[in-house]
Design a protein around this ligand. Structure first.
Ligand code: KIV
Length: 271
């Protein structure tokens, strides 16, 4: 990983250069520093923080203020060089009008320090994407299983399984590309459709449960690390088991304090 700032130009070029893009969700300064050091290309301050951090059952309660708070922390942890920071636009911060979207996206860059925003939706969001891009705000699209529409879908279900739904998602991706999106997240769709959309657009696709042909992959950072031992959807490949490690470390701390073996001399100050 070069020690410069990853830009939207770097991400766009990745597709042309056949270099796979990596993105992780990140909500705080400590993980931002660690993920940055490990060489990930993009940090997404995802509205999944509503579930992962705040304990809600959907992303719908997340507010612009919440995303701003976490984006500032991530930007501080990342520092001046390293991954590109994308701030997610939460539910109802962009759907009502392009003017709302512009005001809120502007805050995420100006007050939050993000370098781009992500929003959910396909062709219906193209005018909004165009408006933000023309104001100088880079936009990442997001189609497929868009969690803010969970109640419309009736749950977190694989999308694009029928021919007409698949065709619509291809049209959505092209509309987002035409509107100026610099990359598009494809979430929970059949791998073959991930491949079809990826070859239909010239901007990078970043898949989560969308197969191996996408131009990049994104996961929720906590899922990658196995922080929640009880949550493991099919598309997550854990690279760690931090949840169990945390529990073990805390159990050892509790046992040592109770037995009196901590703190010992090595962890105490002399006169
Ligand atoms: O908020 C989020 O975590 C996301 C990813 C699933 C792409 O949008």
């Amino acid at each position: 990983m070069s020690r410069s700032l990853v830009t939207v130009a770097t991400i766009r070029d990745a597709k042309r250069l056949n270099r796979r893009v990596t993105m992780l969700t990140c909500y705080d300064a400590t993980f931002a520093k660690l993920f940055s050091r490990a060489g990930v290309d993009l940090l997404l301050v995802g509205d999944s923080l509503g579930m992962a951090v705040q304990g809600h059952s959907t992303t719908l309660p997340v507010t612009v203020e919440d995303i701003l708070y976490h984006t500032r922390a991530v930007v501080r942890g990342r520092g001046l060089v390293g991954p590109h920071v994308v701030a997610d636009m939460p539910f109802m911060s962009y759907q009502a009008s392009p003017t709302d979207a512009l005001r809120n996206a502007g805050r995420l860059l100006q007050d939050g320090g993000a370098e781009s925003v992500k929003l959910e939706g396909g062709a219906e969001m193209a005018p909004t994407v165009e408006r933000l891009v023309s104001a100088g705000i880079p936009v990442m699209g997001h189609i497929g299983l868009t969690p803010q529409s969970v109640h419309k879908f009736g749950g977190y279900k694989v999308q694009g399984r029928t021919e007409s739904d698949a065709d619509r998602l291809v049209r959505d991706a092209k509309a987002l590309e035409d509107a100026g999106a610099y990359a598009i997240v494809l979430e929970t769709i059949p791998a073959a459709l991930g491949a079809r959309i990826t070859s239909a657009v010239s901007v990078p696709t970043i898949g989560i449960g969308a197969g191996a042909s996408c131009d990049g992959q994104v996961l929720v950072g906590y899922d990658l690390l196995g922080l929640d031992p009880d949550f493991k959807p099919r598309f997550v490949k854990r690279q760690g088991n931090l949840g169990m490690e945390v529990a073990g470390a805390v159990e050892r701390f509790v046992a040592e304090v109770r037995s009196g073996s901590f703190p010992d001399d090595a962890h105490s100050y002399g006169a």
